[in-house]
Design a binder for this molecule. Structure first.
Ligand code: DI6
Ligand code: FE
Length: 400
């Protein structure tokens, strides 16, 4: 059988859900034609391939390309000064009142052109790609007006053209209240629902909101979700990060792809997520950077069978993290996820959280040939090391 490429002499973590754990195949082989996998499994079961190119992996491990399913990668400026002020004892509220916080990133982002946003995001994207990321979700949410949210989503799409990576865009208009709507959050929600969502729906693959005391109320989020549903946009939610507003249950009611953060999630929220198949996206970088102490209810999520993903939450305020490998390490050390849960959380479950499990996230025939090839002896090394990058090669749609 003629195929364009094979990778042989490899150990595979296929992440196939019909296999136990991370679906290990010891003497594995992957064959690809064009952008897609045509075979992934034991060498002994493979048809006799006649490959155009044969790659000898010399015993290295291959996982699906990593998927970062929650980032705010596109933004202008940084908040290092705010970090220093917080080290000196200033509270998040004091900083916000002094013009810092999300609004300062909003101002910098509004002042930047689309091309400037792309240029500032590229080094962050390159850091992710260097660790084997082949799909990344990127949210808007620092423009907070139709023109600037559009610009952010266009910048996110442009990043996917500038590099060999799949970009999933998420419209996060309901992230914070822009100053021009001070005192009128419902007026801003009207603008999101009636002005932004209809105009932006074609630029976004999904919609997200920040359901929180310092964000938007469940009633406001419900209105945003109803507008999203009317425009065919699947939803996700920043839920239960700082308090429990029953956001996860609200998200589940709308069949959300995911509910993210979840430190304050309770059992009724867990049950609702389990019923709806909503993925729990855990963000240990934000937990670490904000020195949160309340843990997400990991054991109860497991017991209920809620799928668990792990992401960086790369953003300038609460998680200036561009390392998916470190996010996996933090998920293990801080949240006590197992190695297999961390690896599945950055591959198969992250794909599920983006509604893309049919195309990416596992090594199976018919899926995209998105691979990360690692110079390691065992998959646990991906989670165990801190600040070391064992990536040997990254393949996106069959290409280096
Ligand atoms: N939750 C977060 O942790 C970030 N956004 C959100 O909804 C914070 C974003 C920022 O501070 O810039
Ligand atoms: Fe976030």
């Amino acid at each position: 059988m003629r195929v364009e490429q094979i990778w042989s002499n490899a150990r595979l973590a296929t992440l196939r859900s019909d296999l136990p754990g991370i679906g290990v195949v010891e003497d594995g082989l992957i064959a690809a034609s064009g952008a897609d996998i045509v075979y992934a499994g034991p060498r002994s079961d493979a048809p006799a391939f006649e490959p155009g190119i044969a790659h000898d992996c010399a015993g290295r491990w291959i996982t699906p390309g990593l998927i970062d399913c929650h980032t705010h990668l596109v933004h202008a400026g940084n908040r290092a000064r705010e970090f220093e002020l917080r080290l000196e004892g200033a509270s998040y509220e004091e900083i916000a009142r002094a013009g810092g916080g999300i609004v300062s990133t909003m101002q910098a982002t509004r002042a930047a052109s689309r091309d400037e946003l792309v240029a500032q995001a590229l080094p962050r994207l390159d850091a992710m790609l260097a660790e084997g990321v082949t799909t990344i979700e990127i949210k808007s949410g620092y423009g907070l007006s139709l023109a600037h949210e559009t610009k952010m989503l266009e910048a996110a799409r442009a990043l996917g053209k500038a590099r060999g990576v799949s970009v999933a865009t998420t419209f996060l208009g309901a992230h914070a209240l822009p100053p021009e709507f001070a005192g009128d959050p419902d007026g801003y929600v009207d603008a999101v629902c009636d002005g932004m969502i209809p105009a932006i729906a074609g630029l976004a693959d999904a919609l997200d909101a920040f359901c929180e005391g310092i964000g938007f109320t469940p009633a406001q989020v419900r209105r945003v979700f109803e507008a999203a549903a009317a425009h065919g946009l699947p939803v996700k939610l920043h839920a239960e990060q700082l308090s429990n507003l029953n956001g996860a249950a609200l998200a589940a009611e709308f069949g959300a792809l995911s509910a993210d953060h979840l430190e304050h999630l309770d059992q009724s929220g867990i049950d609702a997520m389990a019923r709806a198949g909503t993925v729990a996206v855990l963000l240990p970088g934000a937990f670490y950077f904000t020195r949160e102490t309340r843990l997400p209810p990991i054991e109860a999520l497991r017991r209920a069978g809620v799928p668990i993903a792990v992401a960086t939450d790369c953003n300038p305020g609460t998680s200036p993290l561009t390392s998916p490998l470190l996010a996996m390490n933090m998920a293990a050390t801080l949240f006590r996820l197992t190695v297999n849960e961390c690896i599945a959380g950055m591959t198969r479950e992250a794909a599920r959280a983006l509604g893309r499990l049919g195309r990416v996230g596992t090594l199976e025939p018919g899926k995209r040939c998105d691979l990360a090839i690692w110079e390691i002896e065992a998959p646990a090394e991906l989670v165990y090391r801190i600040g070391f990058n064992a990536l040997h090669a990254r393949i996106w749609k069959g290409q280096p």
